[in-house]
Design a protein around this ligand. Structure first.
Ligand SMILES: C[S@@+](CC[C@H](N)C(=O)[O-])C[C@H]1O[C@@H](n2cnc3c(N)ncnc32)[C@H](O)[C@@H]1O
Length: 254
C-alpha cells in the first residue's frame, strides 16, 4: 500500500476532476451556477470511494472525505487569505521534515528519556547523537545528567531547530547543529538515537552499518528496521507503549 503525499494528492485530484468534469457541463448546459456546497460534498464522497479502492488507511480516507467540504466551509468564513499564508509558513517552519522525508515532529516522552538515560549508564557510551533532534527535549536532560559525555543533535526544521538552539545555550557538552541527518557522519558516536518514522529506516540502517564503529549502538524509538532482528528491545513503561529497538553494530559489517 503506497501512501506517499504525492499519492494522496493524486487521489484527491482525481476525485475533483471526475466530479467537475460531470458537474460543469451539466450546470453549464442549463446555464445555472455550479452549487459549490453540493459539489464539494460530491467530491468528498468520490474521494472516499477512490481512497477506499486504493486501500488507504482509515484516517487517510477520513481526510479525503472531509477535505473538500472543509474547504467549502472555510470559504464561507471569508477569512483574509494572509492568515492562511501565515499558518502555512508556520507549519513549514515546524513540519518541514514531514514534507521532505515523511518525518513529522513528535517528541520522545519522559519515560523514554529515562530509558535512554539508563541505557547510557549501562553502555558507558561517551557520546550520543540524536538524528532529527526536535526541540532538544531528549538531549537536554541527558546532557545535564551526563556532563562528562558529549551529545549532538541535528535538526532541519527552522523553528524547531531555533527552540533547541536556545535550550542548548550554556550546555558545553551539547552540540546543537542545523542540517540534514543524511549529511551527518555517524562515525564518531557510540550511541545513535532516531525517533523518525517507518519511511527512512531501511536507508538509515544502511547508513549506520557503513558509518558506525563496530560495537556501537543504533537505537530506534518505535520504528524497527524492516527485516533486521534487534540485538535488544527495551519496553518503555508508558502509555501509549513505546519500544526502543537497539541494534549493535557488528564487527564484520561493511
Ligand atoms: C519524531 S521527531 C523526534 C524529535 C526528537 N528526536 C525526540 O525524540 O523528541 C523527528 C524530528 O526529525 C526532524 N527531521 C526530519 N527529517 C529530518 C532531516 N532530514 N534532517 C534533520 N532532521 C529531520 C523533524 O523536523 C523532527 O523534529
Amino acid at each position: 500500500m503506497n501512501s506517499t503525499p504525492a499519492r494522496q494528492f493524486a487521489l484527491q485530484a482525481a476525485a475533483v476532476i471526475v466530479v467537475l468534469s460531470l458537474a460543469w457541463p451539466y450546470y453549464g448546459w442549463g446555464k445555472s451556477a455550479l452549487p459549490w456546497q453540493q459539489t464539494s460534498l460530491a467530491i468528498g464522497v468520490v474521494a472516499l470511494i477512490f481512497s477506499t479502492i486504493a486501500r488507504q488507511a482509515w484516517w487517510w480516507r477520513l481526510i479525503h472525505a472531509l477535505f473538500m467540504p472543509a474547504v467549502w466551509l472555510t470559504q464561507q468564513l471569508a477569512i483574509d487569505p494572509g492568515w492562511f499564508l501565515l499558518a502555512f509558513i508556520l507549519l513549514l517552519l515546524v513540519y518541514r521534515g514531514a514534507l521532505s522525508g515523511q518525518v513529522p515532529l513528535y517528541l520522545s516522552n519522559r519515560a523514554t528519556v529515562a530509558a535512554l538515560d539508563a541505557l547510557l549508564g549501562e553502555e558507558e557510551a561517551p557520546s550520543m547523537l540524536d538524528l532529527g533532534a526536535g526541540l532538544g527535549s531528549t538531549l537536554v536532560p541527558l546532557a545535564d545528567a551526563w556532563p562528562q559525555r558529549q551529545f549532538t543533535g541535528i535538526e532541519n526544521a527552522p523553528l524547531t531547530w531555533l527552540c533547541g538552539r536556545i535550550l542548548s545555550l550554556g550546555r558545553p557538552n551539547l552540540d546543537w547543529r542545523w542540517g540534514d541527518l543524511w549529511s551527518v557522519s555517524l562515525a564518531d558516536h557510540a550511541l545513535v538515537y532516531a525517533f523518525l518514522s517507518p519511511a527512512p529506516m531501511t536507508r538509515l540502517w544502511d547508513k549506520a552499518q557503513i558509518e558506525m564503529s563496530p560495537g556501537s549502538l543504533f537505537v530506534s524509538n518505535s520504528f524497527p528496521v524492516p527485516g533486521v532482528a534487534p540485538w535488544r528491545v527495551i519496553e518503555v513503561d508508558c502509555t501509549p507503549a513505546r519500544r526502543l529497538y537497539c541494534y549493535r553494530i557488528a564487527c564484520s559489517s561493511s
